[in-house]
Design a protein around this ligand. Structure first.
Ligand code: IMP
Length: 193
């Protein structure tokens, strides 16, 4: 089954492929000729996931899905949230984002946070949303070199290492995106049965 995943992020693609399994052929934005950045002008993760999926559907007419993820830090009132990619700068500067997060939390004892992923799936023009959440805490300093984004700072609940210190399989088995994709798989199995 062929389906467009609205991303060009190689990390995300391999994470989603691993959870989705062999039954689906994932096609990236580049492969369907969408090379421009899709505007993410929504105020929520739900809106942005929907905007991205609709953008792809309107241009290709293909079944597709898009995800939007945010890191929600309790002591920062849910920030960076929907602005996670552009927290420190206009670009996707992971190192600058991590530095800013550590600075904002300097001296703060409540380090509770969660990653939330929303996926919008469009099949034959019908849109369905699913979500995945993982709770955790923000570490006092960065550890590990796996993964991407805020991974070196995020210690998931029940673990004593960051996402960036885990193998891809270990991260996928408990992560926000892994959980959202597991929900996506359930929906796909139903709609494509
Ligand atoms: P996106 O809009 O879904 O691409 O995610 C927004 C931002 O959240 C990214 O630029 C990353 O900084 C961060 N992010 C998304 N997923 C992850 C993850 O699995 N680990 C760490 N950071 C992530």
């Amino acid at each position: 089954m062929k389906i467009v995943f609205a991303t060009n992020n190689a990390h995300k693609l391999s994470e989603v492929k691993a959870v989705l399994g062999d039954g689906y052929e994932l096609v990236t934005l580049k492969e369907v000729g969408i090379t421009e950045d899709i505007p993410e002008t929504g105020d929520t993760l739900d809106e942005n996931a929907s905007l991205k999926a609709r953008y792809v559907y309107e241009r290709t007419g293909l079944d597709c899905f898009a995800d939007d993820t945010g890191l929600e830090v309790e002591a920062l009132g849910g920030a960076p949230g929907v602005r996670s990619a552009r927290y420190a700068t206009d670009g996707h500067d992971f190192a600058a984002n991590n530095r800013k997060l550590l600075k904002e939390l300097d001296g703060v004892t409540n380090r509770e946070a969660r990653f939330r992923t929303v996926i919008s799936l469009i099949v034959a023009g019908e849109e369905i949303q699913v979500e995945g959440v993982v709770n955790g805490v923000i570490a006092l300093s960065e550890s590990g070199s796996e993964g991407f984004g805020y991974d070196p700072l995020f210690i998931p609940e029940g673990k004593d290492v960051t996402f960036a210190e885990m193998s891809a399989d270990e991260k996928n088995s408990i992560s926000h995106r892994g959980r959202a994709v597991a929900e996506l798989v359930k929906v796909l199995h139903k709609v494509y049965k």
